[in-house]
Design a protein around this ligand. Structure first.
Ligand code: FAD
Length: 401
């Protein structure tokens, strides 16, 4: 059966736009369906080494570089007032032979660069409307847009966020859970240089994470209770600046919070299947969790890399009817392990139970003092599988000593 397009990408957030560019670069005829993302997102996204390699391969890095700041050291400081406090752990990219673990990029700059690349790509047709209906058939996918002719494609990539219509149309359910937390997100200027160090203070309400931006600026994700988020967002920027500086122990000197502070309630979600038949659910259509350890979009880029392996066939052969099931099998372990580790870390911070605190403190103590283990954690952080591949040699090294 002939389709108008090889692939329909539904949703034009960061995951959808990158997926559309990757598929088109692989020679597929793509239609990207979804409203233009608004320009009001004040968040930043830390993309790790493996994700940046993909961004570079797709020709997007050169334009993004000037808006991005390198992350060369990531440190965790126990900022709780608990009896058992963990030691400070610092991870240095040089320890695993990298110039940087990754780069922190404002979402506004990322979306602007992606928008230009999509517009310049001859194999992408852009339809800036929401999909009203998605029908996943045995031979084709049909997408209905109000007042327009239906669109047919050989495969649908659902990148349409948490309430994904694509996933719903496939009859795939989700598991959701919530956290008693809200992330207060802001950008700030400071009087002392950050030296490309990102610092995460672990507090009783969740992490307080400063991530460098170019120059004397950083972004901040401050996870607090919903009531505290209401209080913080109602403060003037001058009052908030004082609170942030105090929380940071004046580590970066005088702090000036910029206008546009935002609050993001935290919850978790995972699809029961990540693909089925002629569809795959990527990005937040497949998985969502709290912003700890910069995982969300990095995981989505690995979804896209898996789709490249399954859908890009340089002979332009038609897409097989079971590609969604293959995608599901390929992505299960990575998504489940990332979701579980972020959830565990977050819950260990929230738990007031002494045994849980002991385990967390002991874990960080081991990381602080055992270099091969720290090395393994860093390798896994930048590219899953990379650390485990070198595990046998790390163990041999440890045994020899
Ligand atoms: C505070 C915070 C900080 C974060 N920091 C990081 C970080 O440092 N590193 C990291 O990797 N991740 C981070 N994340 C996660 C990251 O931001 C998300 O993973 C990412 O934004 C999700 O992108 P997406 O494209 O999957 O979804 P979305 O951005 O939600 O895009 C979905 C798109 O689908 C569209 N859509 C919905 N329905 C339809 C329809 N019917 N038809 C067509 N289009 C539709 C929507 O309009 C939207 O544009 C953070 C998240 C938060 C909350």
């Amino acid at each position: 059966m002939s389709h108008q397009y090889d692939i329909a990408v539904i949703g034009a957030g960061p995951a959808g736009q990158i997926a559309a560019i990757a598929m088109a670069r692989g020679g597929r005829r793509v239609v990207l369906i979804g409203p233009e993302p608004g320009g009001s997102d004040r968040r930043t996204t830390a993309l790790m080494d493996q994700s940046l390699a993909m961004i570079e391969r797709l020709g997007l890095w050169q334009e993004l570089r000037s808006s991005a700041a390198a992350l060369t050291v990531m440190q965790i400081i126990d900022g709780t007032r608990r009896l058992l406090r963990a030691p400070t752990v610092a991870f240095r990219s040089a320890e695993i032979g990298l110039d940087a673990f990754g780069y922190n990029i404002p979402n506004s700059a990322l979306l602007e660069t992606l928008g230009k690349a999509v517009a310049a790509e001859p194999l992408i047709t852009r339809r800036a409307f929401a999909a009203d209906t998605v029908h996943l058939g045995v031979d084709a996918v049909t997408i209905g847009i109000q007042g327009e002719d239906p669109i047919t494609a050989g495969f649908a990539i659902g990148a349409d966020g948490r309430r994904s219509k694509t996933r719903e149309s496939a009859g795939v359910g989700v598991k959701t859970w919530s956290y008693p937390q809200t992330a207060v997100v802001m950008n700030l200027a400071h009087s002392l240089p950050h030296q490309n160090i990102s610092t995460e203070f672990h507090t009783e309400s969740g992490p307080f994470t400063q991530v460098p931006l170019p120059g004397l600026r950083s972004s901040l994700v401050w996870v607090v209770t919903p009531e505290e988020a209401d209080r913080l967002t109602s403060l003037s920027v001058e009052q908030l600046s004082v609170e942030v500086e105090t929380r940071m122990q004046s580590m970066l000197g005088k702090v000036t919070v910029e206008d546009g502070v935002q609050a993001w309630p935290l919850s978790g979600m995972t699809a029961r299947q990540y693909g089925k038949g002629r569809a795959a659910f990527i990005g937040e259509a497949g998985h969502a969790f709290p912003p700890i350890g910069a995982q969300g979009l990095n995981l989505s880029l690995r979804d896209i890399a898996a789709l490249e392996e399954i859908l890009i066939d340089h002979t332009s052969a038609p897409i097989a009817a079971d590609c969604g099931d293959r995608f599901d099998r390929k992505r299960r372990i990575d998504i489940a392990s990332r979701t579980a580790s972020v959830d565990l870390l977050n819950r260990s911070l929230l738990s007031g139970l002494l045994p849980v605190q002991m385990l967390r403190a002991a874990g960080l103590q081991v990381l602080a003092s055992v270099a091969p283990l720290r090395n393994l954690v860093m390798q896994e952080g930048v590219a899953p599988g990379r650390g485990l591949k070198s595990l046998p040699s790390l163990l041999r090294e440890k045994v020899r000593r």
